[in-house]
Design a protein around this ligand. Structure first.
Ligand code: ATP
Ligand code: MG
Length: 146
């Protein structure tokens, strides 16, 4: 069986360990799960988002009724943004994260294991190639991805 085929592509994606995951001391456990899935860490930071940064990062949800709560949650403490690289990294990260609502997430996924509810769900993942590019650039300079 070939190791690669034309449907596979090495991609980069952005994940963020959200304030609930960092505060619960889950950074290492979550990173271990991602690395075990052959997603390679190319860049990693620890920072606290300002309100303006959180609003900009989740601007696509500006009109949703949960937006204010989401911004408060994402700024309540430090987060750990990480650039991951691997085959089909964007879709595979989403699969390993599990559904937004942990009660609907598949067994063994990060959200099923660790998330509290649909808002406090411990991890973010880019949802498409264009958003991955934008979200990576939000936190990292190309020269820092090694
Ligand atoms: P993320 O973008 O963080 O990876 P997602 O793509 O699974 O999550 P989105 O629909 O993009 O889900 O929502 C972004 C985030 O907003 C969710 O991860 C969650 O923290 C919060 N959120 C989404 N829907 C709700 C809701 N109905 N009530 C409260 N918070 C929500
Ligand atoms: Mg999303």
């Amino acid at each position: 069986m070939p190791l690669r085929n034309e449907f596979m592509a090495t991609e980069r994606t952005l994940t963020i360990i959200k304030p609930d995951g960092v505060a619960a001391g889950l950074t290492g456990a979550i990173l271990a799960k991602l690395e075990q899935a052959q997603l390679t860490i190319r860049g990693i930071r620890r920072l606290r988002l300002s309100t303006a940064q959180a609003e900009a990062f989740y601007a696509v949800h500006r009109e949703r009724k949960f937006f204010g709560d989401l911004v408060r949650f994402m700024t309540e403490g430090p987060v750990v943004p990480v650039v991951l690289e691997g085959e089909n990294a964007i879709a595979r990260l989403r699969e390993i994260m599990g559904a937004t609502d942990p009660s609907k997430a598949a067994e063994g996924t990060i959200r099923k294991l660790y998330a509290s509810n649909i808002e406090r769900n411990v991890i973010h993942g880019s949802d498409a190639p264009e958003t991955a590019r934008q979200e990576i650039a939000f936190f990292f300079a190309e020269a820092d991805l090694v």
